[in-house]
Design a protein around this ligand. Structure first.
Ligand SMILES: Nc1ncnc2c1ncn2[C@@H]1O[C@H](COP(=O)(O)OP(=O)(O)O)[C@@H](O)[C@H]1O
Ligand SMILES: O=P(O)(O)OC[C@H](O)CO
Length: 493
């Protein structure tokens, strides 16, 4: 018998399963995309069945590739797109509605009302979040408002609320476990991150019955046992995908920071056992919780990072593949400095403006595809600097540490060099770029006794390449000042 740990990574556009061996090496993986549903402008939904089906199919495919049976798998770790919201019937197992995805803006008006009525202070004080449609609670409220009798059924425990991890575990355990972990709970805007429990005050404010909420556990804990892969396998690790990446990047000490560049970009700074209340519109969240002890983080969430490159490809038809942007940026006219503000769905941290839309500044008759591509890649660096400036403001010091990066867009050396230049700090790209799955696997495998503790795991983190800043400070600050002006102008239109 071989010992493997299975990491299930249920993301926004695809589900992925990776099998790791006892030395945390990748043995096999499988990935499947699933349809996105856009029923109205600003609405994004997933079919709950697609989420579960693609998880089971990729898990089965990865096991087949490795020639593994259930007996070979010591534990399962689950990591997931966060905030995405499901409500289902306890008796029939049927969801009441499609999953409402984190990007969905349908509750923007309700969130504006919460702010106008002065509730944001309570929300932030308890949950660490801000009143934005991004989070789960107003999506759950929306579903309860739509379906007749739903709220009454929720109150007597006949309906269940869950983020994607809860839904998958409930399905994988065939209705035996209704659970989540502290990191996913922290993204619902219903969880008191200081008390470590659901907030009755917020539940009442939003009229989301507490009875429908799952039990909250540590990230390495017993989440139930699945038999759907041909034998008993315990689910021993759960974390939201950005938190799993923080773990996978071994950011275990206060001051360590990771930034993941996929569709969006999410930067998390470990702030240790004390939550830091942001005065710069960042989120306070739980990085991970082990042995009942939460470790907190400041988070900056950017909605458009790699998606700006997808827009060059699919929206404008300027490129056929993302990697072409490297040569285009290198060949762009140095005398031009276009600024692209990719506010395609508004701006996330630290601006939180759901209504503004994108803009390009500095166009001339000589501006072409290369200059636009360079501006697109640069926008990712500028947005990251916005987050780091906000973090610096919150932490009360201006020392710039090292930024550990991962995600698909980190394949772009040009972007990583510009990032180091514009933030004025080294950018470290690790050898294992599957940090999200790695984090989930470590949580589960550590709990199963297969993997070492955090200190031992940290020793295994290996650098592939460090990007050192080379841009003179004057140039960096002048460029960044232009970006700030461009953002201000975009938000004023
Ligand atoms: N070489 C590259 N240069 C620039 N962007 C890239 C490159 N390779 C991938 N990307 C971008 O990275 C994103 C994919 O990263 P990934 O981590 O798989 O995202 P997600 O998990 O959000 O689906 C895409 O938006 C793509 O445009
Ligand atoms: O699935 P991803 O990688 O796009 O991540 C989504 C985030 O968890 C949203 O908060």
């Amino acid at each position: 018998m071989t010992t493997y740990v299975m990491a299930i990574d249920q993301g926004t556009t695809s589900s992925r399963t990776i099998l790791f061996d006892a030395d945390l090496r990748i043995v096999a993986s499988a990935q499947q995309e699933f349809p996105q549903h856009f029923p109205a402008s600003g609405w994004v939904e997933h079919d709950p069945e697609d989420l579960y089906r693609t998880v089971v199919e990729t898990a089965t495919a990865a096991m087949d590739k490795a020639g593994a049976t259930a007996a070979d798998i010591a534990a399962i770790g689950i990591t997931n797109q966060r905030e995405t919201t499901l409500v289902w019937d306890r008796d029939t197992g049927k969801p009441l509605h499609n999953a409402i995805v984190w990007q969905d803006r349908r509750t923007a008006d309700y969130c504006a009302r919460l702010k106008a009525d002065g509730h944001e202070e309570t929300i932030t004080a308890k949950t660490g979040l801000i009143a934005d449609p991004y989070f789960s609670s107003t999506k759950a409220k929306w579903i309860l408002d739509q379906v007749e009798d739903a709220r009454d059924r929720a109150r007597i425990g006949r309906l269940m609320f869950g983020t994607v991890d809860s839904w998958l575990i409930w399905r994988l355990t065939e209705g035996r476990s209704h659970v989540t972990d502290a990191t996913n709970a922290a993204r619902t805007m219903l969880y008191d991150i200081h008390k470590g429990d659901w907030s009755s005050t917020i539940c009442e404010l939003l009229d989301v019955p507490r009875e429908m909420l799952p039990e909250v556990r540590d990230c390495a804990d017993d989440f139930g046992t699945t038999t759907v892969f041909g034998g008993d396998i315990p689910i021993l690790g759960v974390a939201g995908d950005q938190q799993a990446a923080t773990v996978g990047q071994a950011c275990f000490s206060p001051g360590m920071m990771k930034s993941t560049y996929g569709t969006g970009c999410f930067a998390l700074l470990n702030t240790g056992d004390a939550p830091v209340r942001s005065t710069n519109r960042l989120l306070t969240t739980i990085a991970y919780q082990l042995d009942g002890k939460p470790t907190y983080a400041l988070e900056g969430s950017i909605f458009i990072a790699g998606a700006v490159v997808q827009w060059l490809r699919d929206g404008l038809g300027l490129i056929e593949a993302a990697k072409e942007t490297q040569a285009m940026a290198e060949g762009a006219d140095a005398s031009q400095s276009l600024i692209l503000v990719p506010a395609f769905t508004g701006l996330g941290a630290p601006y939180w403006d759901p209504d503004c839309r994108g803009a390009v500044f500095g166009l001339t008759r000589n501006s072409g595809r290369k200059e636009l591509a360079r501006a697109a890649l640069e926008s990712v660096g500028f947005q990251t600097r916005d987050l780091l400036e906000a973090m610096r403001g919150d932490m009360g010091h201006d020392s710039e540490g090292v930024l550990r990066v991962d995600g698909g867009m980190t394949a772009s050396d040009w972007t990583m060099q510009f990032l180091a230049d514009i933030i004025g700090a080294p950018v470290d790209r690790p050898q294992v770029l599957e940090t999200t799955a790695l984090g989930a696997a470590w949580l589960a495998g550590m709990r199963a006794g297969v993997y070492p503790d955090a200190e031992g795991f940290s020793k295994g983190w290996a650098l592939e390449r460090r990007f050192e800043p080379t841009m003179p400070k004057d140039e960096r600050d002048t460029k960044y000042a232009r970006w700030k002006k461009a953002v201000a102008a975009t938000m004023s239109v």
